[in-house]
Design a protein around this ligand. Structure first.
Ligand SMILES: [Zn+2]
Length: 441
């Protein structure tokens, strides 16, 4: 039996109630720096309420610095930089604040006239970012005069400080070891490490998936990054469902190698594949609730929203609710693929009082009911994911392989949905389950 894979959810305003009701289903929060910069009061209230209720939520802050070295237009919505990022830019010192007018950071800006990395500039950025992570929540408590938070503050012992579990070094994406940002990232990580004081500091390795097939380069990367308290990894754009087999194998061997340092390794994004990789040295991963299983560094900022997606445990992926309504309602056999977490079971129980299971309309009623209960899609996701991580913790590698094969067969044996025009796509696919099982054998 391996150590349980740790699950960090991305902090989001819409999810804050769930962090309370499902506190036992996850291990902590990953708070994106722009969210903290822009909505510090609600982040503060969420964390402090948890302290007062005797179940403090471990958390860390993702400094998100990479966005300032990609196209600044990625941060714009309707031609304006998203307010949360604008606020963050003002927190990170002049170099980043200037990006709003001057565009993204270029590697040359980190070099001195001799072409060497400008150490004082790197130090300046590391200090700005680490101070933000360390102090943002606590400086808020001293300047707050909002009555809503004054009540929380009154109930809180004056010495209560909200401290992240570890600091995260500022980071940039690199496409190869020759990319100038590779050296800049390493310099930032080492400088941050020497400025961490009495806290732990994790370095971030955010890179192109193409590198996963280059075992020699990744071995050098692991050597370069010796000596940190822990690691956050992010393979940009690695979609667990459709990724190449060689990428998965590369990721597995990279994690194995990095884990020889015996320090925690968390993936900044991920889904079920990351739970499996806990068997090869990954300590945990972060995800949004119902979003954020993978991310590309060049993703455009969004306002969120969109159609509900339901996490279907048998395929370990989320699917559009509208597609599932069509494919699961085909037969009683398909209805059996619905989840059996507490949330889904309680809906099924209510339905069975009025409707025998294979009846027409059962699946529609199931989803109508799920949609009408506040936060149900999300709570189902959190509970289903929790069940999965508990199961993986107990399973051996051969047991996981066998189970993935059974699940793939179950999906293959489902009755086919009617042929429908796009955008309908049959959500019941099994190829990725077989790919993942190969990763283990
Ligand atoms: Zn469920």
């Amino acid at each position: 039996m391996t150590q349980a894979v740790k699950l960090f959810y991305r902090y989001g305003f819409a999810e804050k109630e769930l962090f309370r009701t499902c506190a036992q289903c996850f291990d902590g929060l990953a708070i994106s720096a722009q969210m903290l910069a822009y909505t510090e009061s609600t982040v503060y209230a969420t964390l402090m309420t948890a302290v007062q209720e005797g179940r403090p939520l471990p958390f860390f802050i993702d400094p998100m610095t990479y966005v300032f070295a990609r196209r600044i237009d990625n941060l714009r919505i309707d031609r304006k930089i998203k307010k949360s990022f604008k606020q963050l830019m003002s927190e990170y010192g002049p170099l980043i604040a200037d990006c709003a007018q001057k565009g993204e950071l270029l590697p040359d800006q980190f070099l001195d006239p001799n072409g060497k990395i400008n150490n004082s500039l790197v130090l300046q950025m590391a200090v700005h970012v680490l101070n933000f992570e360390r102090n943002k929540l606590n400086t808020f408590t001293t300047k707050s005069s909002l009555p809503k938070y004054a009540k929380i503050l009154k109930r809180t012992p004056p010495t209560t400080q909200l401290s992240p579990s570890f600091l995260v070094a500022p980071y940039f994406y690199w496409g190869s070891r020759n990319d100038p940002y590779y050296g800049i990232n390493l310099a930032l990580s080492r400088t941050a490490d020497s400025s961490k004081g009495d806290m732990q500091l994790f370095a971030v390795l955010c890179f192109s998936k193409e590198l996963l097939v280059d075992e020699n380069v990744l071995a050098e990367v692991v050597k370069d990054y010796a000596g940190f308290d822990g690691y956050l990894i992010w393979v940009s754009g690695l979609d667990e469902e459709s990724t190449l087999h060689s990428y998965i194998l590369g990721l597995r061997s990279f994690i194995k190698k990095l884990s020889e340092y015996k320090k925690p390794i968390y993936s900044l994004y991920g889904g079920y594949l990351m739970s499996i990789l806990s068997k090869f040295g990954l300590s945990g991963f972060c995800t949004g609730i119902c979003y954020g299983a993978y991310k590309d560094v060049d993703a455009q900022a969004t306002t969120g929203g969109g159609q509900e997606r339901y996490y279907l445990p048998v395929i370990h992926l989320k699917r559009m609710e509208s597609n599932l309504r069509l494919s699961l309602s085909v037969s009683a056999n398909n209805v059996g693929l619905l989840c059996d977490c507490d949330v889904c079971d309680s809906i099924k129980e209510d339905l069975s009082k009025s409707l025998p299971m294979p009846a027409r309309g059962y699946v529609d009623q199931f989803f109508n009911s799920l949609g009408s209960r506040k936060n149900s899609f999300r709570e189902h996701f959190v509970r289903a994911r929790h069940q999965e991580t508990l199961a993986i913790e107990k399973e051996t590698i051969p047991e996981i392989v066998a189970r993935l094969k059974v699940e793939a067969l179950e999906v293959d044996n489902a009755d086919p949905p009617p042929a429908l025009p796009p955008p309908f796509q049959n959500p019941l696919t099994s190829g990725h389950l077989r790919d993942w099982s190969l990763l283990l054998s």
